[in-house]
Design a protein around this ligand. Sequence first.
Ligand SMILES: Nc1nc2c(ncn2[C@@H]2O[C@H](COP(=O)(O)OP(=O)(O)OP(=O)(O)O)[C@@H](O)[C@H]2O)c(=O)[nH]1
Ligand SMILES: [Mg+2]
Ligand SMILES: [Zn+2]
Length: 373
Amino acid sequence: MGSSDKKSGRKIRVGFRRNRAKPPRVKDWKRQLAGQGDDLDTARGESVVAKGDLSRQRTVIERDGESGPPATTKGTVLAVRGLVADVDDGQRIWPCTLRRVLRTRTITTHHPIAVGDHVRFTVESDRQGVMSEGVIEWVAPRRGELKRRVGRADRTVVANVDQVVIVSSADMPAPKPHLIDRYIVATLAGGMRPVVCMNKSDLDTDGRGSQIACLYESLGYTTLTSSATGGQGIDRLREVLSGKASVVAGQSGVGKSSLLNAVQPGLKLRVGDVIEQTSKGRHTTTTARLLRLDFGGYVVDTPGVKSFDVASVPLAEIEMHFVEFTDRVADCRFPDCTHTHEPGCAIRQAVEASQIDRRRYESYVRMFEERAG
Ligand SMILES: Nc1nc2c(ncn2[C@@H]2O[C@H](COP(=O)(O)OP(=O)(O)OP(=O)(O)O)[C@@H](O)[C@H]2O)c(=O)[nH]1
Ligand SMILES: [Mg+2]
Ligand SMILES: [Zn+2]
């Protein structure tokens, strides 16, 4: 690791794991100098600088762009199972573990690898000399990242996608518009495009599904009405997914996997059993998985959620992701108006005048108050 590496790389600070709190034994450094230190923290292409015994952090040089270490293979993470990731190099799928220096980042980001990550890995042979698994050495900087808060950690549901198809159903289970709003906020905050999909249109006897779909359409979001079993809207969904990187998300049982099977029957995704189906869904899909589409692009099918915590979005940013607020906030009397209780609030006036949908406003207040504590 020469100084040129340092120049081309980006310094990041990672926390020490507890077992590294003590300075490494001299023996380790000798082994490393002899070039046998591959199983140590110091992966090829990364330099580790411990700043004294008391340092709780160390600096790692992380490379940007295409110039990863030469002996590595490029791949995309299809699925993550614990600390093992299935990585597709375009030819085959490799089970990969993580280089220890990447694992240290687990402490702050829950898991340093997410479905959709672009990685570089080295292939390792087993005792019989068979190349059987890989070790992830490097993770590319992410663009488009859907994050949700789980406990006190932010978890990346999927990385490197262009759009989030937020699926709900007209009935069975009943639509939860507040959940759609949460997904929209997380999608926009993560730099992606939201698409609203109202499925099970065949069950929309009272018209509530299409009423909700109309609202999102009027706000300017790409909106679909579909029936995975009846075939309505499937061609349109195929068009929306074509050539893009997408993720489908929403409650359990709304028909996410069924919709993907309808756009590409070869996927053969497991779907909920009609007989056992309750109005709550049964969590048929259990892990997020990246799937390639024959007509171009890829899509990540995700397990259904009950709720979606947007705590990863900064409090002051939430209002920015309510598109109907943005032209009006300048008219609030106080520049730091939170639109929850202040006099002279242009947002609340617009709600009273029915210019802003009251239910959307309530979604905002719920998200704001939850975040404000
Ligand atoms: N009537 C009707 N039923 C549907 C439609 N789409 C899906 N279903 C049924 O809804 C049930 C749940 O479908 P899934 O595709 O497993 O739902 P999911 O969103 O993937 O659920 P999870 O994997 O648990 O998150 C299945 O019994 C489907 O046959 C639809 O458009 N109309
Ligand atoms: Mg599913
Ligand atoms: Zn206001």
